[in-house]
Design a protein around this ligand. Structure first.
Ligand SMILES: *[C@@H]1O[C@H](CO)[C@@H](O)[C@H](O)[C@H]1NC(C)=O
Ligand SMILES: *[C@@H]1O[C@H](CO)[C@@H](O)[C@H](O)[C@H]1NC(C)=O
Ligand SMILES: *[C@@H]1O[C@H](CO)[C@@H](O)[C@H](O)[C@H]1NC(C)=O
Ligand SMILES: *[C@@H]1O[C@H](CO)[C@@H](O)[C@H](O)[C@H]1NC(C)=O
Length: 430
C-alpha cells in the first residue's frame, strides 16, 4: 500500500511538474507571440507612416482644421471693409503687407524663423518669378542650385534651414501648384518634418496675379500642349476633393484636342476663376462640396476671402507690371535683385484675344467674372502701394532708374548653375 502510495505520489508530483512546465512553456509562447505581435505592429507603423503614407494625410503631426462652415466667419468676412484691412490677425495669411509697412516695421529676418511661401498660380509668370527668387537675390548666403535635382538650397546664413518655400527650393511639398488652402494647412508641418523639429515660424506669402482673360487663354493653350495638372491634390478640410465633387472634364490621359468652347463649357474646369479659388480660404465655402451653399453665395464668399487674403499676405504682384512688382518686393523685404524683371510682351495677350470672336471673348469673360473683379481690385491696390512707397522714398528717381543693378557690383552669374530650359519641359508640372 505504502509503495503504491509512494508511486502515486511521485506520479502525481511528476504530473504536477509536468503541468507546471507546460504552463511555463505556454506562458512563454504567449509572451513570445505578444512580443512578435508588438514588433510587427511597430514595424508596420514605421512602414505605414514613414513610407506608404508619408504625405500630409497621414503625417502624425498633421492637424486638419475642421471645415465647419462658420456663419460667423463668413459674416465677419463679408462685413470687413477691405480698405480698412490693417493686419492679418486670425486669417492665417501670415505676416501682412501692412504689418511690414507700419512704424513697428515687422521686417523679414532671414536669421530668425521667417519663411517666404510662394503661392504659384498656373500661367501667371510664376516660373520666372520663382527663378528670380532662387537665382537673382543679392543674399549674404545665396541659394545653391543643383542641376540634377532641379532644386536649390535656400538656407539661412547661420543654419541649414529653408527660408523659402517654393517649387525651386523645397519642391511641390504641399502638392502641385498648391493653393492658399493647401499651403495654409501644410507648410508648417512639412517644414517641421523637413527640419526634424517643431518651431514657431513667421510666414510671408507671395503671389502673382495676371489679367484673367490672358491667363485663361494661356492655360487653355497649355492644356492643348498636354498639361493636365492631374497631380494637384485639391486638398481641403483634411482630405482631397472626391471625384464626385470634382469630375474630370475629359476621358483619357490628355485633353489636347479640346476646343475653346468645350474647354469653357466644362463646369468642373478649374481654369475658370482659378486665381480667386486659389487665393481664397476654401474651408469657408465647404471646400469642393457645391451643395454646401448656393452658387451665388459661394462666389460671393470666395471672392471676398480672396480679396482679403490678397491684401493680408506679405506681397502680391501683377504679371503686367513687372517693374512695379520688383520695386514693391525689394522695398517690402529690404532685399535686392541683381537683374531687372523683364516685362513679357503684353501684346501677346492681344494676339490671344485676336484668336477669339466676340462671343467667345464674352464667354471667357463671363466664366472668369470673379477673377476679373479680383484683378481690378488687385490693380487698384498695387498702384496705391506703389504710390505710397514712391513718395516715401526721397531717393526714388535714382532707385527706379537703377532697378536691378546692385550698388556694389558683385555680379554673379547663376544662370549657368540652374537649368533654365529643362524645367519647362516638365509640361505637367508647370
Ligand atoms: C470703407 O472704408 C472707406 C475708406 O476708409 C470708406 O470710404 C467707406 O465708406 C467704408 N465702407 C464701409 C462699408 O464701411
Ligand atoms: C467619357 O466616355 C463615356 C463613354 O463613352 C461618356 O458617356 C462620357 O460622357 C465621357 N465623358 C467625358 C467627360 O467626355
Ligand atoms: C455636402 O454638403 C451637404 C450640405 O451641407 C451635406 O449634406 C453633404 O453631406 C456634404 N457632402 C460631403 C461629401 O461632405
Ligand atoms: C511684341 O509683340 C508684337 C506682336 O507679336 C510685336 O510686333 C512687337 O514688336 C513685340 N514687342 C517687343 C518689345 O518685343
Amino acid at each position: 500500500m505504502g509503495y503504491t502510495n509512494i508511486v502515486e505520489q511521485s506520479d502525481c508530483e511528476r504530473l504536477m511538474k509536468d503541468i507546471q512546465m507546460r504552463r511555463k512553456i505556454d506562458h512563454r509562447i504567449t509572451l513570445r507571440k505578444l512580443v512578435m505581435f508588438c514588433a510587427l505592429l511597430t514595424l508596420f507603423g514605421i512602414i505605414y507612416f514613414g513610407y506608404i503614407c508619408s504625405d500630409n494625410r497621414c503625417s502624425l503631426s498633421y492637424n486638419p482644421k475642421p471645415t465647419i462652415y462658420s456663419e460667423w466667419n463668413v459674416m465677419n468676412l463679408l462685413s470687413t471693409n477691405m480698405s480698412d484691412l490693417k493686419s492679418s490677425k486670425n486669417t492665417g495669411t501670415g505676416v501682412s503687407y501692412n504689418d511690414m509697412q507700419n512704424e513697428n516695421q515687422l521686417r523679414f529676418d532671414m536669421n530668425a524663423h521667417d519663411v517666404m511661401v510662394f503661392l504659384h498660380v498656373q500661367k501667371t509668370g510664376g516660373t520666372s518669378f520663382g527663378r528670380h527668387l532662387v537665382q537673382d537675390l543679392d543674399l549674404q548666403r545665396p541659394c545653391t542650385c543643383q542641376r540634377k535635382r532641379k532644386l536649390c538650397y535656400c538656407f539661412r546664413p547661420s543654419r541649414n534651414e529653408n527660408w523659402l518655400f517654393s517649387r525651386y527650393s523645397t519642391g511641390w511639398k504641399c502638392g502641385l501648384h498648391a493653393d492658399f488652402t493647401e499651403l495654409n494647412g501644410c507648410v508648417d508641418s512639412e517644414l517641421d518634418k523637413n527640419e526634424g523639429k517643431s518651431i514657431k515660424r513667421r510666414y510671408f506669402y507671395l503671389t502673382l496675379l495676371r489679367d484673367p482673360v490672358s491667363r485663361y487663354l494661356s492655360e487653355y493653350k497649355h492644356v492643348q500642349r498636354g498639361a493636365t495638372w492631374r497631380m494637384s491634390r485639391h486638398w481641403c478640410g483634411g482630405r482631397t476633393a472626391s471625384l464626385e465633387e470634382l469630375p474630370l472634364c475629359y476621358n483619357g490621359t490628355f485633353w489636347t484636342d479640346v476646343t475653346l468652347n468645350s474647354f469653357a463649357d466644362c463646369p468642373y474646369n478649374l481654369a475658370a476663376n482659378r486665381q480667386t479659388r486659389m487665393l481664397a480660404d476654401l474651408s469657408l465655402i465647404g471646400c469642393y462640396n457645391s451643395s454646401y451653399m448656393n452658387q451665388e453665395e459661394r462666389d460671393r464668399v470666395m471672392l471676398a476671402s480672396a480679396k482679403r487674403n490678397l491684401l493680408s499676405i506679405a506681397f502680391f504682384g501683377l504679371t503686367e507690371f513687372q517693374k512695379l512688382n520688383q520695386y514693391i518686393f525689394e522695398e517690402t523685404f529690404n532685399l535686392r535683385f541683381a537683374v531687372t524683371f523683364t516685362q513679357h510682351n503684353t501684346t501677346l495677350s492681344a494676339v490671344y484675344k485676336n484668336l477669339l470672336n466676340y462671343e467667345e471673348l464674352e464667354k471667357v469673360k463671363r466664366i472668369n467674372a470673379l477673377d476679373i473683379e479680383l484683378y481690378e481690385f488687385a490693380k487698384h491696390h498695387l498702384f496705391r502701394r506703389f504710390e505710397k512707397l514712391r513718395t516715401k522714398n526721397s531717393n526714388f528717381k535714382e532707385r527706379w532708374a537703377h532697378l536691378g543693378q546692385l550698388p556694389s557690383q558683385t555680379a554673379f552669374d547663376w544662370e549657368k548653375e540652374v537649368e533654365t530650359e529643362a524645367a519647362d519641359n516638365e509640361v505637367n508640372y508647370t
